[in-house]
Design a protein around this ligand. Structure first.
Ligand code: ADP
Ligand code: MG
Length: 703
């Protein structure tokens, strides 16, 4: 009989249940107190007890190693495994793990990107235990590793990871939310938490075919390839019956996720052929970020057991949909209320509008920061692709809320008594729930009934980056709204004061609210008219980090210092340049060693047949001759363009960061597109038996 998920859910997580079972009562209480923001800090004595319990727990489940598991600025996670096994002076083997080993690690991670924050001679960074995300075990066939979620800093305390800024942004918004709630008289509320659910899109292709493509192996996407005869034209994949091979894979992923305490709720076929989605149940933001990273890592690993290859790239195939990671966000209070949930209670509804207005106000002022947060090498190929949100950040609210804001803006509420005023729209708020299906899928940021959904995040990105910026913007909005309300409280009550503030917010945010189709060309023109920031390329979008107001926002909220922002920007830009450079090198290699020789073979084959034909028949065979000629010409042009590419790469290696980025984006990508067009045109005429790489036609079908 198969075990039920409830019986193994969370087996590999050192969660509250495991802690309660294994820690002395007073230590458990001190630890949970400290985690809930209590006055007592964790000390080494407690850490020693926790470490001993963690080790016992982990080894009882077969773990042989531990690792500080952290999020460097690569979008991936990092880990350096340490064995529990050590040998004492008498030569006796022991399993050891101390409190100080739990609290701090020194991975000498000198080769991880820091954007010039460390020079190599003072390279040692250290990792520090983040007890707010529970430790977990990644099992292997013969053991397993106890992973300790950690932050990663340089010796002077400068963050070098994705987690520190996120944790600071979470604190910033939680503190400000609590203050706003107090203003609404919620005395009993002890805490507010950010909740996050990340829907993960991905592609699965056959591993045997994937291995034969250097672009997939090295870049995670195809750099060459002519369109398949059947792509997504028939729209027959979305929500289709899941292929048994994929379903078997999904079952395995789910079982492993469940053991790691991740409740996968949704699985389905996505729009493009071979594209799928998993959505876990939402949880607290820090944990959700870790869980998404665990999920991506294990999804990749488990795919191999099914002879499948997982592609998380934002645009693995040209001409069909790319993959995103819709990031759903809301706020939850200690009484169990979702602060973005409209309710029947009027006071709660006004409070709901205040939180909603705070985000809208923030985005209207700082949308460029949101755009910067999703600027990655891969996402550039996806955003604005008419199947993904455009590169312009706007908010969709739906009819009801837009009406509420419009009416506020028109000033209606002022002219009528309070109760009537509420009737004017606010009383209708509960109907928002019914309108849940009123969905506009084209907006980058949408209110979806009781949460915001940020759709611009790339599938391979860590959600930490986009979340940090979204929460920073929202935290600013909450503070701003709180101040504005407070300044009016002397003369009016909280409801009137809030509605008055929201009236201003409605006006100020009109620029960023858009209910229409964001894929439409006309929206682009409209956005220009509205003066919204538009960045179509990754370097342009990244440069938004350097806008003085954005820098001020992040440093005022204590999320990143000015120097850290510069470093963050440089790391991102460098990552972009290096990624494009690797793609160019792979393209060069594939053309030189695969495409060009195959064109020659095709020409030889055709040429021989052609000569034979004209010796047999007294005819010109004009078209045929032309086809052979065109292959010869394509080959000639490809060789010429490859030369240009070589020269271009040499030039790039000699220019500075900003200049390389700009050259890459404008001249480099153009050159790559030209080369691809030539190569794809040739590929279409090369016979199956001499194709150097499996074509789209075969890659995009799971047999
Ligand atoms: P859809 O594809 O229709 O947008 P899904 O069901 O695939 O919706 O995913 C919705 C995601 O939003 C899930 O991960 C879910 O857990 C998450 N979510 C739901 N409510 C909240 C909330 N209050 N806070 C954060 N995330 C939420
Ligand atoms: Mg979904």
């Amino acid at each position: 009989m198969l075990e039920r998920p409830t019986s193994y859910f969370g087996r590999y997580v050192f969660n509250e249940k495991a802690m309660r079972e294994r820690l002395p009562k007073n230590v458990f209480e001190q630890l949970t107190n400290a985690l809930n923001g209590g006055p007592q800090k964790l000390n080494i004595r407690i850490a020693d007890v926790v470490a001993a319990a963690m080790k016992e727990w982990a080894t009882s489940l077969g773990a042989t190693h531990y690792a500080h598991w952290f999020h460097p600025r690569t979008e991936l996670t990092a880990e350096k495994h340490m064995a529990f096994l050590s040998i004492d002076e008498a030569g006796t083997p022991l399993e050891t793990f101390t409190g100080s080993e739990l609290i701090q690690g020194e991975p000498d991670a000198s080769s991880l990107p820091s954007g010039g924050m460390r020079s190599t001679f003072e390279a040692r960074g250290y990792t520090a235990w983040d007890p707010t995300s529970p430790a977990f075990i990644i099992p292997t066939k013969k053991g397993g590793t106890l992973c300790i979620p950690s932050i990663f800093l340089s010796w002077d305390g400068t963050p070098l990871d994705m987690k520190m800024p996120l944790l600071k942004a979470i604190t910033a918004i939680e503190e400000r939310s609590l203050k706003l709630m107090r203003l609404f008289g919620n005395r009993g509320v002890r805490w507010v938490k950010v909740t996050v659910g990340a829907e993960q899109e991905f592609f699965l292709i056959d591993e045997t075919l994937a291995r034969r493509r250097p672009d997939i192996v090295l870049c995670g996407r195809t750099i060459l390839g002519c369109p398949p005869p059947k792509g997504q034209q028939l729209e027959d994949h979305y929500f289709g019956a899941i292929h048994p091979r994929v379903l078997a894979y999904m079952d395995d992923v789910e079982i492993e996720m469940h053991k790691l305490g991740i409740a996968v709720k949704t699985r389905h076929d996505e729009t493009a052929p071979c594209q799928f989605e998993f959505a876990p149940q939402f949880t607290e933001a820090n944990l959700a970020t870790d869980q998404n990273q665990i999920m991506m890592t294990l999804m990749k690993r488990i795919a191999r057991h099914h002879n499948l290859r997982l592609l998380l790239h934002e645009k693995p195939f040209a001409g069909i949909n790319g993959s995103g990671k819709h990031t759903n966000v809301s706020l939850l209070d200690s009484e169990g209320f979702n602060l973005l949930e409209p309710s029947n209670n009027q006071r709660r509804n006004v409070q709901f509008l205040a939180f909603l207005g705070a985000l809208i106000l923030g985005v209207s002022k700082y949308s460029s920061l949101l755009r910067a947060s999703v600027a990655s090498p891969g996402n550039m190929h996806r955003l604005g692709g008419f199947e993904a949100p455009p590169a312009i950040m706007s908010i969709y609210l739906g009819n009801t809320l837009t009406n509420v804001l419009d009416r506020l803006e028109e000033g209606f509420p002022e002219e009528i008594p309070t109760s009537g005023m509420m009737d004017l729209g606010l009383n209708k708020l509960p109907s928002i729930k019914k309108e849940n299906s009123d969905r506009n899928r084209t907006a980058p940021l949408a209110f979806t009934g009781n949460k915001f959904e940020f759709r611009a995040t790339g599938a391979s990105q860590s959600i930490a980056g986009p979340l940090t910026m979204l929460l920073a913007i929202w935290a600013w909005g909450i503070e701003e709204i709180t101040n504005r309300i407070e300044s009016r409280l002397g003369s009016s009550d909280i409801t009137d004061a809030t509605l008055d503030v929201l009236r201003g917010v409605a006006k100020e945010s009109a620029n960023v609210r858009f209910e229409g189709n964001c894929y439409d060309e006309s929206w682009h023109e409209e956005a220009v008219r509205r003066g919204l920031p538009i960045a179509n390329t990754t370097p342009e979008a990244l440069s938004y980090y350097l806008i003085p107001e954005n820098r001020e926002l992040l440093s005022n909220l204590g999320i990143m210092t000015d120097r850290e922002i510069t470093a963050y920007y440089e790391t991102r830009l460098e990552q972009y340049i290096k990624t494009v450079d690797v793609e160019m090198a792979v393209m060069e290699d594939m053309i030189r060693r695969g495409i060009l020789p195959s064109i020659s073979k095709q020409i030889t084959q055709e040429g021989n047949a052609f000569e034979r034909a004209i010796s047999l028949y007294d005819e010109d065979f004009e078209c045929w001759r032309g086809q052979i000629r065109s292959l010869c010409e394509t080959k000639e042009q490809l060789i010429k363009k490859l030369k240009e590419l070589g020269q271009f790469r040499k030039k790039i290696s000699e220019t500075n960061l900003d200049e390389s980025a700009s050259l890459m984006t404008h001249d480099g990508l153009k050159l790559m597109n030209e080369i691809r067009a030539l190569s794809d045109a040739a590929e279409a005429w090369i016979s199956d038996d001499i194709q150097p790489y499996p074509p789209y036609r075969d890659l995009l079908v799971i047999q």
